[in-house]
Design a protein around this ligand. Structure first.
Ligand SMILES: Cc1cc2nc3c(=O)[nH]c(=O)nc-3n(C[C@H](O)[C@H](O)[C@H](O)COP(=O)(O)O)c2cc1C
Ligand code: SF4
Ligand code: SF4
Length: 295
């Protein structure tokens, strides 16, 4: 960071509780004579996480570049760990939607909630592209169908497969061969026979999450925002599914990138389909991680 950031404590308000000093991950603050103040020479280490402002019960802390009006008082959560467990367990990947658009205000609320996700280095490196026009979703579907069909054709003979393995690398090729090509071949066959869409599931909205490639941990940031978006969708009574087949296609489509204003510095990292669910899940499944070891 080349700009020098400053934190300021209002001495009339500060009661020396030390909370801001304790939470600062960058060791920017210290307590001197019962008052918080920036450590001389460390102010430019501040990365504007805002934690010092968020713990100060006296409202004595300010950080340059962070507007006070962007902070609101923390509200009680309204649910306990059991309720949280039930909520998380009840989220499902929804692939059946009513033929009904999702209000723009609801999508904005969803993204507002998604933006509460952590990021490697504030502020967010993740951007969202919200696609709700039927013609645009149709266009995306066409680019996906033709993109995966082309990949399938190219890898049907020995030379094509060898070239793909060479260009994509051993692991990516194994993933394509073992999962993606069969899946997309079936999806394309079904679409041609019946018009059914097993890529985007006739969803009324698709949200792409892109990351600024110059930002720290931009790829992980986007996945966390995406997960928050799916939880927010569930809380709003919507259904969603993460569609891993979307990013590699949009990433390489000059036409879609231009159409949706995705700049060259942006990497397409995640995508979800969103809509009003047309199915009700009456059962949840207890799941465990692949392994858990306390070491
Ligand atoms: C990284 C990732 C990529 C995914 N890609 C797709 C996809 O392309 N198409 C699809 O129908 N579902 C996709 N899913 C959804 C998974 O199939 C789904 O999460 C899984 O079957 C478990 O179901 P649940 O989310 O209801 O627990 C993806 C999920 C993840 C995490
Ligand atoms: S949290 Fe607020 S009141 Fe407490 S030491 Fe820091 S600035 Fe002072
Ligand atoms: S904004 Fe974060 S890094 Fe900056 S002084 Fe406050 S707690 Fe420390």
């Amino acid at each position: 960071m080349d700009d020098v950031l400053t934190t300021r404590t209002n001495p009339a308000r500060c009661n020396g509780c030390n909370a801001c000093v304790k939470v600062c991950p960058m060791l920017v603050l210290e307590l001197v004579d019962g008052l918080a103040r920036p450590v001389p020479g460390r102010e430019d280490k501040c990365f504007r996480c805002g934690h010092c402002v968020m713990v100060c019960a006296q409202d004595a802390m300010r950080v340059e570049g962070l507007e006070r009006s962007d902070f609101v008082e923390a509200q009680p959560w309204g649910f306990d760990a059991d309720a949280m467990g039930r909520f998380l367990q009840s989220r499902r990947s929804v692939r059946n939607f009513l033929d009904r658009p999702v209000d723009r205000a609801v999508l904005d609320r969803l993204l507002e909630m998604a933006a509460t996700a952590p990021m490697g280095w504030p502020p967010h490196t993740t951007s969202a592209v919200v696609v709700t026009e039927k013609t645009d979703i149709r266009r995306l579907l066409t680019v996906m169908r033709t993109g995966y069909a082309k990949m399938d054709r190219m890898t049907r003979n020995v030379i094509g497969r060898a070239m793909f393995r060479l260009i994509a690398g051993k692991d990516t090729w194994a993933m394509l061969r073992d999962y993606i090509l069969g899946l997309t071949r079936d999806a394309n066959d079904l679409f041609e026979r019946t018009g059914q869409d097993k890529y985007l599931y006739h969803a009324p909205a698709v949200i792409l999450f892109t990351g600024d490639r110059t930002g720290l941990s931009y790829d992980q940031n986007a996945v966390l925002v995406c997960q928050n978006a799916m939880l927010a969708a569930h809380a709003l009574g919507l259904g969603s599914t993460m569609i891993g087949l979307v990013p590699p296609i949009v990433e390489r489509s000059r036409a879609l990138r231009e159409r949706w204003g995705i700049g060259d510095n942006q990497v397409v990292l995640a995508a979800i389909v969103v809509g009003h669910p047309a199915v009700k899940f009456v059962r949840v499944q207890r799941r465990t991680l692949a392994t858990v070891r306390h070491v």
